[in-house]
Design a protein around this ligand. Structure first.
Ligand code: ACO
Ligand code: KIV
Length: 521
């Protein structure tokens, strides 16, 4: 059996079926381009008969995306198959994926068909699809709840009719790994000519087992895995592509020579592109691509990884394209080893007393604040070692914004810079833009805004909003965060927070270079 595991990405079809994840044609195209860079083997670009928009998106992807096979889903109906064939027609390599349910519950209540009628549909649909392409995939929807002999028969008919890939979906996420692996093995041992086709699996995550089931299936002979970026998909989602690919790569000792064609360095980028396009967030603890996937906060772990990376890390962040290498996060659970490393990063010379003093301050701060950011630690260091004031240089006294659907947004701010009163007024593209510009005018500065994001922390209209800002001021980069029920205030707080850090950081750099010149460091 071949060792190559084909990655069938269904982010743009099953992934898009998740509420809130619909994408426009342009967005789908952008995502498909990135999936091609990622190196997936097949892109299921949509369900062509679902809508004119879906048809057009598949058609554009088929025309413009080179590399992967482009596929459309189709029910076991001639009309669906014709529309799918038309949509994928321009692709260099094309696949029609047709399906019908084979479980009793689906056949009886949903399809209202007798089993013999379903078998007839399979024969007709697969052979009809073969008129348009040599690459036809057939799925027995709800395979894991299908009666065994009937499932074997359905697969046999699909192969006879010309299917080249047989997909075994765990449509409702009902299977458990050992049982699912055995199902694949049984199919291999009981269905005639099964060795002539590729066996695929498509697992849903209703019990949180989609990745485990997919990997067990691969171990038992499946050679195509259907999965999505960030595991998005109908209900609880599909198997997460990044987890499947990295598990196969990291656990070569277990999976043997199995490999995929995915360029793992593109994983993080692809995950974040999907977030940006759909306005969704990846939970921080998400395997492989979550913000905390390579972060260490607790002292014992930090000491371990600082001594030898492999004590607590099974993969390199660089291998999945993580933008920062391992993150040592200082917080409530951190120990002195990690703090020492941070002080050394800042080029600080410290005594054992200094270390203990700053360590106590860190713990006290962490008890008060939910999250301690690198910037908070930096501020502690400034205060302890550079004797910079604990006072933040900029304090906003007051701001006022006028905005509406037929007036130019205008903001006025009054603030204090190191105790001196300053005011500024500006118009802008929106109320946030106008206020940020007014602050800059008041201070007479021109900071370069590198990143700005805002999200609601709860689902109501009175929710707390969290704004984050990354900016650069005179070559010094800093980030800031602001939380408020008023989105403009949250944005102002984040912007001023970042400015304060940039100014303090500038002063710190200046002091350090002066000390160096005086030869005391
Ligand atoms: C497990 C999966 O993820 S399957 C994919 C699910 N994805 C989607 O459904 C998204 C796209 N779907 C749609 O846009 C619409 O459902 C459409 C356009 C496909 C069909 O819409 P409608 O014609 O209004 O039918 P509706 O969705 O209400 O019902 C489904 C019909 O398809 C039939 N059907 C369902 N699956 C299949 C199948 N695999 N093969 C043949 N017929 C099927 C049902 O029995 C029902 O038939 P009926 O209209 O004769 O009663
Ligand atoms: C169409 C099939 C593969 C499907 O999405 C499912 O069964 O979940």
């Amino acid at each position: 059996m071949d060792d190559r595991v084909y990655i069938f990405d269904t982010t743009l079809r099953d992934g898009e079926q998740a509420p809130g994840f619909s994408m426009t044609t342009e967005e789908k195209l952008q995502m498909a381009m990135q999936l091609a860079r990622l190196g997936v083997d097949i892109i299921e670009a949509g369900f062509a008969i679902a809508s004119q928009g879906d048809f057009e998106a598949i058609n554009r992807i088929a025309k413009e995306v080179k590399g992967p096979v482009i596929c459309s889903l189709a029910r076991a109906r001639e009309e669906d198959i014709e529309v799918a064939a038309k949509a994928i027609e321009p692709a260099e390599r094309k696949r029609i994926h047709t399906f019908i349910a084979t479980s009793e519950i689906h056949m009886k209540y949903k399809l209202r068909m007798e089993p013999y009628e379903v078998l007839e549909r399979i024969r007709r649909a697969v052979s009809y699809a073969r008129n348009f392409t040599d690459d036809v995939e057939f799925s027995c929807e709800d395979a894991t709840r299908s009666q065994r002999d009937f499932l074997y028969k359905a697969i046999e008919e699909a192969i006879k009719a010309g299917a080249t890939v047989i997909n075994i979906p765990d449509t409702v996420g009902y299977a458990v790994p050992e049982e699912f692996g055995k199902l694949i093995e049984d199919i291999i041992n009981n269905v005639p000519n099964i060795d002539k086709v590729i066996i695929s699996v498509h697992c849903h995550d209703d019990l949180g087992l989609a990745v485990a089931n997919s990997l067990t299936a691969v171990k038992h002979g499946a050679r195509q895995v259907e999965c999505t970026i960030n595991g998005i998909g109908e209900r609880a989602g599909n198997a997460a592509l990044e987890e499947i690919v990295m598990a196969l790569r990291v656990r070569r000792d277990y999976f043997g020579e199995l490999f995929t064609g995915v360029d793992t360095k593109e994983l993080y980028k692809t995950s974040r592109l999907l977030c940006r396009i759909t306005g969704s967030f990846v939970p921080p603890n998400k395997a492989i691509v979550g913000d905390n996937a390579f972060a260490h906060e607790s002292g014992i772990h930090q000491h371990g990884v600082l001594s030898h990376r492999l004590t607590y890390e099974i993969m390199n962040p660089e291998d999945v394209g993580f933008p920062v290498s391992r993150r040592i996060v200082l917080g409530k659970h951190s120990g002195r080893h990690a703090l020492k490393q941070k002080l050394e990063e800042y080029g600080i010379q410290y005594s054992e007393d200094d270390l203990n003093r700053i360590y106590e301050r860190l713990k006290a701060l962490a008890d008060k604040k939910k999250e301690v950011y690198d910037e908070d630690i930096e501020a502690l260091i400034y205060q302890e070692f550079m004797k910079l004031s604990e006072e933040e240089p900029i304090k906003v006294q007051h701001f006022q914004v006028q905005s509406g659907d037929n007036i130019m947004p205008t903001a006025t701010v009054k603030l204090y810079f190191k105790g001196e009163e300053k005011t500024g007024t500006s118009t802008g593209n929106g109320p946030v833009d106008a206020t940020i510009k007014a602050i800059q005018k008041a201070l007479g500065i021109d900071a370069n805004l590198l990143d700005y994001s805002i999200k609601a922390l709860t689902p109501n209209t009175d929710a707390q909003a969290e704004a984050r800002v990354v900016l650069e001021l005179d070559g010094v980069r800093a980030s800031g965060r602001g939380v408020d029920t008023d989105i403009i205030k949250a944005s102002v707080n984040a912007f001023v927070d970042a400015l304060n850090r940039a100014i303090m950081r500038k002063e710190y750099i200046l002091q350090k270079s002066q000390i160096r010149e005086e030869g005391t460091i």
